[in-house]
Structure formats: C-alpha cells, structure tokens
Design a protein around this ligand. Sequence first.
Ligand code: UDP
Ligand code: MG
Length: 312
Amino acid sequence: MNSPLLSVVIPVYNEEESLPLLFARLMPVLESLNRSYEVVFINDGSRDRSLSMLLECRDRYPGRVVVIDFNGNFGQHMAIMAGFSQARGEMIVTMDADLQNPPEEIPRILEALESGHDVVGTVRSGRRDPLFRKFASKLVNRLSNRITGLKLNDYGCMMRGYNRRIINFINQCKETTTFIPALAQKFAMNPVEIPIAHSEREQGQSKYGLYRLIRLNFDLMTGFSLIPLQAVTMLGMIVSILSLSFGVFLLLRRLIVGPEVEGVFTLMAISFFLMGITLFSVGLVGEYIGRIYQEVRERPRFVIRKVWSHED
Ligand code: UDP
Ligand code: MG
C-alpha cells in the first residue's frame, strides 16, 4: 500500500464519551481534504469501551484507520511515540481525543506544513481551561523557555504538525520520558507557530491531575536541560558564602559583646530554610538519577498488545 500524505495521531485514554463526536467531526474534515490520509489511534490502556469504539471506527472506514492497543497506561507522550512509529504519512498531525483541539483546524496545519515548515506549533487562542491551569501554564511556558533554551509560546497544546524528516528523528529517540513538542523543536529547521481555537472539555474529565502535571513538567525541565542542576550548584555557592559571612559576624559579636543566647528562633528559622533548600536539591538530583536509572535498565518504553493495521 502506498503511504498516505497525512497521518493523524490521536492518543486515547478513557475517552468513550468523546469518541463518537470525535469521529463525527474528524472524518468529514479528512475526507474533504481530497488527499490520502490515515488516522492512528493509540489506546493507552483505557478501562472503558474506548478500544471497541476505535475498532468500530476502523471497520467503518476501511483502510483508513490504524489502532494500536497498549498493554496498560504509559502516558500521552509514549502513546504519541508509538503512533509515530506506526504512522506512514509524509506529514503528521497530533491531536487530543477530547475535542479540545478542533479537527477543523487540521487543514490550516497541513497548509503550513505544505508551505515548507517542518514543525507547526500552535498557540491556543481563547484557551478554555480552568483558571488555575491557564495561570500555571503561563508560568511554566516562561520557565521552560528559560530552562530549555527553546522558544515556544505554548508547550501544552498537543495539536501540532510535523513533516516526515522530523518524525524520523523523533523515532530515533529512545528515551522513556519525554516531551514531544520540545523534542520536535530541537530538530526543527523551519518551525512556525499558528494560533488555533481551543474549546472546553465537554465530555469526561482531564486525565491530568495536579500530580501528573507536575511530573510532566519535570520531564520537560530535566529532559531538555541541565540548568536546574547548575542552578542548584550556584545556589549552594551563594548560601555557603552567606553562611560563612554570618559565621564571621557571629564570631566577632562573640568577641565584642560576649556570649549571648537571643536569636535562637531566628537561627532555627534560618536552618529550617536551609534544610528545605537541601532537601529540594537532593530531590532534584534524584529526578535526574531516577531518569538515568530508568534509561539504563532499557526496559521497553511501552508494551503494545496488538496493532490493527490497514490490511488485516
Ligand atoms: N491521554 C493518554 N494517556 C494518558 C493521559 C491522557 O493517552 O495517560 C490522552 C487523552 O485521552 C487525550 C489527550 O491525551 O486524548 C489529552 O489528555 P487530557 O485532555 O486529559 O489533557 P488536558 O487537555 O487536560 O491537558
Ligand atoms: Mg484535554
């Protein structure tokens, strides 16, 4: 079979409420492109009816739909990685299954890819997420750009386009924790960012609680930079210098004023603060070591139970 021009890669985790509407909106858009296309769905260990609904969709659009079934929940980024390894299109668009990214924007992304951009990033205009998410995102976007040295206006939006060259590079990356938009940006030669619409999640719930969001952002920060480690070293140096000066100051006071006991609580506060910094630093080093540990074991990053490809 010839490779299609466009592959759309969609990770799915417990999205039974969203899927019918997704099929109903996505497939007409793809049909109207008048180009060959395929949709690669990855079932990321859903415990609801998502898988059987994906297979139904595959029956309804023969030769158009590939379904990859994971043997457990390996996370959105691993799901997309698996999708990339199966996708055969010249151009690849990733999007969420929950319809927060409107499928109607695919033609615009494709247009940007066809005009020669190798990575098409997106910025959610009028983003419809809880206020706390939007605020945290702003902070994280800024910090991420600082730390990773990349220039992205919106790390979180997963509706993005890549050409074959970028996907081939990404397929060579075997890391177990990653952040795909940042990875693609590393390889991009001619990236562009376009604004796209964003809607509220109508069905189901966000799969990212506070804990998972924090974990994900650690993946981004530690996966693409050593600056956090260097910052901790710098901080350690500054704290040492300050402590030394404080020690000298106390010694001089001891000689001039004589023994004193006041200020005990101040000292306690200071040492608690320093302990906090120490714990944080140890934890940060641990984040890197944990990832090194994960990588050296070389276990499979995800386990595919079955792939329903075009033919069989
Ligand atoms: N997702 C996934 N595995 C996970 C978590 C999420 O495949 O462990 C999928 C999910 O089904 C959706 C997309 O990733 O298609 C984005 O998830 P979600 O909408 O929950 O994230 P948010 O929009 O809240 O950032
Ligand atoms: Mg969502």
